[in-house]
Structure formats: C-alpha cells, structure tokens
Design a protein around this ligand. Structure first.
Ligand SMILES: *Cc1c(COP(=O)(O)O)cnc(C)c1O
Length: 425
C-alpha cells in the first residue's frame, strides 16, 4: 500500500468517514506561512492550522527553545514533581490574563480544559454546600469541544445532541446573541438570559460562553455589551462565568483576550490552541483564589482531575516561547493591519448574490454564503490557487498567522474572492 491508500483505509480525519470521498493532501514540511505538499506544491496557510500557528511554521526561536528543553527532559509526571517550564509558563499566564485569575490547571487539549472548567464550577458549589448547582447555561451555536461534557454545552444541532440524547447531560440553552460586535446589545438577548438565570439560578453552576467570537459553531461576532451585561447578571444571580478563550486567546481578535473587549473578567477561563503557537498540544484552565480555596475546603479537599501528560515540559516551553515572541512583537499593529486588509479585500464579496454576510474582526475574516459550499470542489480550487482555506458549511473564512506579509495576505484574499466569484456562475 502506498501512503495515501494507508491513510484512506486506516486513518480517521476530523469529522470524516473512513471511506471518505474527500481527498486529504499530504504535507511534507511547513515554513513561515507556507505548507509544502508532498507533490511539491506550496500553499499559503489561511487557517493557522485551526487558530494555532500564530507565528507561522518552523519558527527558529521556538525551534531553539524546544530543542534546548528536549536535551534536558521531554516529559516527567506532574504528580509530586514540578519543573521550570511549568513554573515559567504559569508566571506568564497569571500576568497576562485578567486580574483575579491566578490558579492554573494544565491539560492536553481544549476539550479537556472545558471539562476541567465545568468540574471546577461544580466542585466550587459543592464546597459551598450548594450541591444542586450543577447545570450549565450555554449559547446556541457555541462550540466547546468534542468530549461529553464539552459537547453538552455545544450547539444542540451541530453538536448532534439527538444522536447522543440518552447520554448527554441536559443543559440550558439560550439563543446566540443577535446583536453584532460593535453594536449595543438588543434587549431581547439579555431578557432571555435573565429569565433563565431567574428560573434556574438555584441549579446552575455557571454560564459558559466563547467571548465575542463564536468559533466552530458559526463564526459569529457578537456585541461586547452582551458579554458585559452577562457578567453582571451572573453576579446578580450567583452563577459563575466560564469564558472559553481557546480560539480567541493570544491576540486573534485584536485584544490579547477577547473578554478585554468588554472589560470584564471571568471566574474561570480556558485557553488552548494558540497557547503553544501551535507547536504542541496544551491547554490550561485558570481560576481565582476564592474558587480554589473553596474547592480545597470542601469534600474531598482536592480538585479531582489529573492528566498523565499534565504540564508537559516541551509543551510548556513552547508556550513560554510563543508568549514571549508575541509580547515582544508589535502584535496589536500586525492584527490591525490584517484586519484592515481583510476588510478592504473581502468587502467586494458582499456584492456576490450567493453571499449572505461578510464580517471581519481582528485577524479573522468570514464570508457567510447563503448555502453550504461543496467542500470537495472548493478545496481543490483553493489548492490549485496556491492557498489552504478550509470552509465548513456556509462559512468560508480566513485566520492567517499574524506574521503573514501584506503580499501573502493579498494572494490569500484574491484566491478566496476569485474562487467565490466562480461559484456564482
Ligand atoms: C477548538 C476549541 C475547543 C476544543 O479544543 P480541542 O483542543 O480541539 O479539544 C474548545 N473550545 C473552543 C472555543 C474551540 O475553538
């Protein structure tokens, strides 16, 4: 069997059938914003490998940091032991995240960071002898991951709740906020939230949401005012606020963390994806002193979670290096430039008759079509145009590495516009 037939017969890809009609492209290497395919073609990466590769691939500074750590130790268990990479990363995370967040739990993926956040919330209320508070309020069109608790707070339709109906925990859903980013919040968005908080406050542990940008559930940018008001309502009704910054964290929306658009801080926050600059899999859940103290004082006196690869030293080193690179760069300006170029370049798509909406925020540009695109043909067209863009459903979007040059971004935008224009005919 050759490589592609082994892949085809034996490997599952994300959300795919084993006998998938869709081709997968074999990547041989990657450098800067370019992916080099096995057949020699070079593609500009418009996806940052799903929000992650913010500094581009094969970055010399990050490579050097990881190589140096590799020579010391690649892994050691975290039970009863600790190490410098974890300590240094924690120092950085506590410093750059909103003020009251100062306790950090490391895990190996975003979904697990969400599971951990939900367990922290439940254990917190348990510690306060309010054991009825174990439900969660979540937003329609949300995406928080693929494990069971994370799925239970993701959109019921795209999250396939009917398929897993008997096993998924039933949570409380409200509509996605209709008010767009940059607008003030419509009263009915807030009314809905307030009414569920009023009715369910006694059995709800937390409201969980992606701040400002709903990612994989619909690429929707909502009003910062909604987030601000949601925070005050959580306080009013004695419910914790979990913000899932896994996609938005580390500058993507133009602020280091998207909650800064609303000037609020959550009780619990999840980060992942760009945390390591896309080099290694690592995620973290952060919370406050008050919450961790309450968990310590409750039964059984410890927080009940502990992954085998917790705080992997190579991953922590990659994360430190990525954060240092980001903070030492003029990232705010880079994001602003990307935002402007995306706005100017994608604007014309609004005129296309099969386009429903175009929206830009920070280094994210979304073209929402009226109908789902044909993934197979559109991907081929993008690859032939020398770009890597992976739409889902009606959404064709760009979220390039922050290091992309104006010229490379122009190529990416032109390819997207041209392929969408062709779709029209
Ligand atoms: C990707 C994502 C997750 C899940 O992270 P994984 O690392 O894929 O488990 C959770 N929440 C949000 C907002 C995400 O974008």
């Amino acid at each position: 069997m050759n490589d592609s037939s082994i892949d085809h017969h034996h490997i599952w890809h994300p959300y795919s059938a084993m006998n998938s009609p869709f081709p997968v492209y074999e990547v041989e290497s990657a450098e800067g914003v370019y992916l080099t395919l096995k057949d020699g073609r070079k593609l500009i990466d418009g996806m940052s490998s799903w929000w992650c590769m913010i500094h581009g691939y094969n970055h010399p500074t990050m490579n050097a940091a990881i190589e140096s750590q590799l020579k010391k130790m690649s892994h050691v268990m975290f039970g009863g032991l600790t190490h410098e990479p974890a300590i240094k990363l924690t120092e950085r995370l506590v410093k750059i995240t909103p003020e009251p967040l100062e306790k950090v739990f490391y895990s190996d993926s975003g979904s697990v960071a969400v599971e951990v956040a939900m367990k922290i919330a439940i254990q917190y209320w348990h510690g306060k002898a309010q054991t009825d508070k174990h439900k969660f309020i979540a937003l329609r069109s949300a995406y928080h991951g693929d494990t069971f608790a994370a799925m239970s707070v993701s959109d019921p339709e795209t999250g396939m709740h009917s398929l897993f109906n008997d096993v998924l925990i039933k949570q409380i859903f409200i509509d996605q906020p209709g008010s767009r980013f940059g607008e003030s919040c419509q009263q009915n968005d807030i009314n809905q939230l307030e009414s569920v908080l009023k009715n369910h406050g006694d059995d709800v542990a937390a409201l969980i949401m992606e701040p400002i940008v709903q990612g994989a559930g619909g690429m929707w940018f909502y009003s910062a005012d909604f987030l601000r008001q949601a925070k005050s309502l959580c306080e009013k009704y004695n419910v914790l606020l979990i913000l899932d910054e896994i996609a938005t964290g580390f500058g993507r929306t133009g602020k280091l963390f998207a909650c800064e658009h609303a000037n609020i801080s959550p009780d619990i926050m999840c980060v992942g994806k760009a945390l390591t600059g896309g080099y290694m899999t690592l995620a973290a859940t952060l919370t406050t002193q008050e919450i961790s103290d309450t968990i310590d004082q409750g039964e059984p006196g410890v927080f009940m979670h502990g992954p085998t690869f917790m705080a992997n030293p190579l991953a922590c080193t990659a994360a430190c290096s990525s954060i240092d690179l980001l903070l030492s760069s003029d990232w705010e300006n880079s994001i602003k430039q990307i935002e402007m170029q995306l706005s100017n370049g994608l604007e014309q798509c609004k005129e296309f008759q099969h386009v429903n909406d175009v929206r830009i925020l920070g280094a994210i540009g979304v073209v929402e079509m009226k109908q789902a695109v044909n993934m197979k043909t559109i991907t081929e067209k993008f690859v032939n145009a020398g770009v890597w863009i992976r739409p889902f459903g009606k959404l064709v979007y760009l979220m390039p590495p922050y290091t992309i040059s104006a010229q490379e971004l122009d190529t990416l935008i032109q390819a997207l516009v041209l392929v969408l224009k062709e779709q029209q005919q």
